[in-house]
Design a protein around this ligand. Sequence first.
Ligand SMILES: [Fe+2]
Ligand SMILES: [Fe+2]
Length: 205
Amino acid sequence: MNSLLKNTCIAAIALALATGASATPVKTIDNLKKAFAGETTAFSKYTQYAAVAKREGNLYAYNLFRAAARAEGFHARNHKAVLEKYGVKDVQPSKYTGKVGTTAENLADALKGESYERDTMYPEMIQTAKQEGAMDAVQTFTFAVTAEKAHAQFYGEALQNAKAGKTQQPVAFLVCPRCGETFRADAPASCPVCQTPKERFNIIR
Ligand SMILES: [Fe+2]
Ligand SMILES: [Fe+2]
């Protein structure tokens, strides 16, 4: 390294330290890209699963898959906004091209995906983002993991009913447009996760 370049580097580091600028959260940017790919794939997948449920006459699952798809779309949008803050502007949504089965099979697959995001993927991403001081990422990952918990619960119940041959009457699902939190049949006056008023929730019926 020549001395001019060396001095420039030292000056840049000194400026960063003086202004409190934090280092680029490299792992978190990679995690945001992975999470964006996961959420856009889930959106595409659940939209295809909803079409199967409708064909099978399972309108409960039809509403549930569309509500979860809506929530995953909000998560993808939130992740993308944080990526843009970090200067990443070229991410493209992913499409699901895997197997589409019966509604019972699709519910089992959806439950598996949500459980992985809830128990492993997002908790690890949140921990890494905290270590890297990327608090915007902590928030978008926390919004997502909270909604995935609800999705896993709804998918699990629907799967048990499908296996038992029980038909669930269709109900409306409500989705918070800010954090994606998902409610069945009714919702509190404001989102317990992000305080968005119920009047702004998307109703899927
Ligand atoms: Fe989900
Ligand atoms: Fe919310």
